[in-house]
Structure formats: C-alpha cells, structure tokens
Design a protein around this ligand. Structure first.
Ligand SMILES: *[C@@H]1O[C@H](CO)[C@@H](O)[C@H](O)[C@H]1NC(C)=O
Ligand SMILES: *[C@@H]1O[C@H](CO)[C@@H](O)[C@H](O)[C@H]1NC(C)=O
Ligand SMILES: [Cu+2]
Length: 320
C-alpha cells in the first residue's frame, strides 16, 4: 500500500505523531516556492508567508474559534507576504500522502483593511469563496471527491486567483473537509498574499462570510453521513459555505447582452470599428497564468490573445 509506505517515510522524518492528519506545508506561485509554517517547531525565527497554525489535528466543530486559519487568527512575528498576480495559479501542498479522500476542497480569499494583512486578525475578516470541488462523480457513499482529486494531484490543490479580484492585501485560505467520519473534520490554513494587477469585481454581500460563521453543524454538506443506504444512491452533494465569488450577481458586472438577435432593428453598418471595451467581467478565455484545462476543470479552455494553453500535468494546464 503506497499510503502505508508514505507514512513510514513521514515517521522517519520525525514529523509529529498525528500521522492521519496534517495541513498545508508549502505553496507555489509563478515558479516561486514558499515554505510554510512548521507548527511543531518553535515559532521563534519562523519567516513565512503562511499564517501560524497550531496543530495537525482537525477542527471538528464548525463554530470553533480557530476555524479561520487553524489558530488564534494572529500573524507571525516575522510574517511575510507573497506578491501574486491576479489571474495566476497558486498551489497549496499538504503533507504526503494526504489520507482523507472523501469530502470537498474549498479556497477562500479575505481582503485586509489598510496596506498589509500583518497584524490583522483573520477572525475579523470577511471571506469569499473562489474555488470549490465537492462530489465529482459517483455517489456520496462511494464517489470520487475533490479531496480524492487533491490526493491524486500529488496531495496538492491549484487554484487561480480570479483576474477580476481587486488588487490588494488578502489572506488566502485553503481548506479540505474530511467526511469519512462524523463529526466532519476541517483542515484550514492561510497565507498572506498581495494581489497585483487585479480587476474591480467586489464580492457581493451574499458571497461574503466569516469564520466561524460560514458553516453550521446541520449544513447538509457537513452533517453528511457516507455510510447510509441512501448515500449509496445519492449523487448530489451540497458544498457548504457561501455561493462562489462571481456567481451571485454584482452591480459592477455589466448584464449579459441579449442572446437573440434584434431582428427588427435597422442594421446600420458602423463606419468605424471601435476598440473592444475594457472589461472587468469574467471572460470566456483564461488570462496569462490562468488555468485553461485539466481533469475536472470546467472553466475556460482558450487563452487570451498571445498566450498558449500549456499542459503542466493531466490536472492542470495554464496559459503561458
Ligand atoms: C471520476 O472522475 C475521476 C477524475 O476525473 C476519473 O478518474 C474516474 O474515472 C471517474 N469515475 C467514474 C466512475 O466516472
Ligand atoms: C509533489 O509535492 C511535493 C511537495 O509536497 C513537491 O516537492 C514535488 O515537487 C511535487 N511533485 C510534483 C511532480 O509536482
Ligand atoms: Cu486525519
């Protein structure tokens, strides 16, 4: 069993004893690697973009005060921030091999007031969800989940910072929720990023939430028993949390043009071609560094002019 072999490797690397659990250990963006916080080392001298976190153990209460970033919400004494281009991909890496294949993957952003997230308690922020993957196929009881995809992708998850997100300082919160036993297990860790080159689409009120606050123990996606008879036929899973960013309408997005041609209007041929308007609404092509393909990907598969969709692995293609 590869999982067993991996656990032996982990044990010999003198990692903590909570071998069945863990968290995000490192990040990658645009070719830059960022080592994460080491929760079982002394906090003294740790310099990382990741927010401090305290335990490999799961949080099992969705109202737990540590639910925002798996700690008390404070930044590190030597906290760093990564500069990240809007539209670029950022990957979080969990300890290998992540053991829990049943449950959803979720990624959130929260903008910090002021000019830095350092010193801002994560418990005070409003979060919006930029990525999620629930039940990919099969049934609740025996299906393939976002968590399984994360494991299949080298125990990592790649998400694209939406190109529409306003530039600024954010926390990014990667979360895997494990449903193999009840209560559900929450594994959230956060990192500080400064998003540059962003757009102007603010999340709507309906898309914003808090941690704790976003989840309840009675949410169908959290109080989800995989071991009932119904679970073996149920193919619908409701991912917990707010609607995805950009999905619930916003005043700063222009309404879609009517799809039926205005047959009755007199066609006046324009004598000049106007340049395309600058738009901040989501487009059907991926921008530079944006994801454009891969197993499970349902977003754009074409790249903006001048960029080519390039396969990085079977789960991730990127416009370069
Ligand atoms: C479920 O999805 C995964 C990943 O896309 C794929 O490898 C697997 O074959 C699918 N299983 C079924 C039963 O469709
Ligand atoms: C798999 O993840 C590890 C970090 O956990 C990383 O060092 C390694 O480069 C990754 N391998 C691939 C093929 O991406
Ligand atoms: Cu575990």
């Amino acid at each position: 069993m590869f999982a067993f072999a991996a656990l032996l490797v982990v044990a010999s690397a003198t990692l903590p004893r909570a071998l069945a659990h863990g968290g995000v250990l490192s990040y990658e963006n645009a070719g830059n690697w960022y080592q994460g916080w080491a929760p079982y080392n002394s906090p003294v001298g740790q310099t990382t973009i990741q927010r401090p976190w305290s335990t490999y153990n799961p949080i099992t209460d969705p109202t737990d005060p540590t639910l925002s970033c798996n700690d008390d919400g404070t930044s590190g004494a030597l906290q760093l921030t990564a500069t990240v281009q809007a539209g670029s991909a950022i990957t979080a890496y969990w300890n290998q091999v992540w053991p829990h294949a049943y449950g959803p993957m979720l990624v959130y952003l929260a903008q910090c007031p002021g000019t830095t997230c350092t010193g801002v308690n994560s418990d005070t922020l409003s979060w919006f969800k930029i990525d999620q993957s629930g039940l990919i196929n099969g049934t609740i009881g025996d299906g393939f989940w976002g968590d399984g995809l994360m494991i299949a992708q080298n125990s990592s998850w790649t998400t694209t910072i939406p190109s529409t997100v306003p530039s600024g300082n954010y926390l990014i919160r990667f979360e895997t929720i494990a449903l193999h036993s009840l209560p559900a297990q929450f594994y959230p860790e956060c990192a500080q990023i400064n998003i540059v080159g962003g757009g102007s689409l603010q999340p709507t009120a309906a898309e914003l939430t808090t941690f704790p606050g976003a989840y309840s123990a009675t949410d169908p996606g959290i109080n989800c028993d995989l071991y009932t008879n119904e679970a073996l036929t149920e193919t619908t899973y409701v991912i917990p949390g707010p609607p995805l960013y950009g999905s619930s309408g916003s005043t700063s997005v222009a309404p879609a043009p009517p799809t039926s041609a205005p047959a009755t209007s007199a066609p006046h041929a324009p004598t000049t071609i106007s340049p395309p308007p600058v738009t901040t609404a989501p487009t059907s092509v991926a921008q530079q560094y944006g994801q454009c393909g891969g197993v499970g990907w349902s977003g754009p598969t074409a790249c903006a002019s001048g960029f080519t969709c390039t396969e990085q692995n079977s789960y991730y293609s990127q416009c370069l």
